[in-house]
Design a protein around this ligand. Structure first.
Ligand code: ZN
Ligand code: ZN
Length: 148
């Protein structure tokens, strides 16, 4: 069941507060990401990120600094405290931003609904196994629409 329907706004930022953002509307998906890039960049065995359309994310303080991590993705981080905040690129034919849920002010407002890049999952990590998993990137909003 998709629980990501009730909140109209999510806010968050980096550890030091230099980068601050606001997301309007519900996330299009909330995915565990097991890919190697996220693992390296976060230093954590798995990450969770909310996907939102570019125009629904607004920076309310400084913007993150970006570097290009692959041909498909640019990674945003705070250049003061180093917090990885998001990555951005084109998926599902739209410019999307994935924001790491660890940077949200209230992480309890979002609920992961899938696993992406399970082909890279750490073998000793088991978490929320009842959620659907995808070898690579996960499909678009179809899954969420089915559930609402
Ligand atoms: Zn910072
Ligand atoms: Zn990833």
């Amino acid at each position: 069941m998709n629980k990501n329907t009730d909140q109209s706004e999510l806010t968050g930022g980096c550890y030091c507060g230099l980068v601050r953002y606001r997301i309007s509307g519900k996330p299009d998906k909330v995915a565990f990401c097991h890919c190697q890039s996220c693992r390296k960049i976060s230093g954590a065995p798995v990450t969770v990120a909310v996907m939102v359309r570019h125009e629904r994310l607004e920076y309310t303080n400084n913007q993150p600094k970006y570097f290009t991590s692959s041909k498909d993705a640019r990674r945003g981080f705070c250049d003061e405290c180093g917090t990885p905040v998001c990555w951005t690129g084109t998926w599902h034919n739209k410019e999307q931003v994935f924001v790491y849920v660890g940077t949200l002010d209230d992480i309890s407002k979002v609920h992961p609904d899938r696993h992406a890049f399970t082909d890279s999952q750490v073998p000793w990590l088991t978490v929320n196994e009842e959620l659907p998993g995808y070898d690579h990137s996960s499909p678009s909003d179809a899954l969420i629409s089915e559930q609402t």
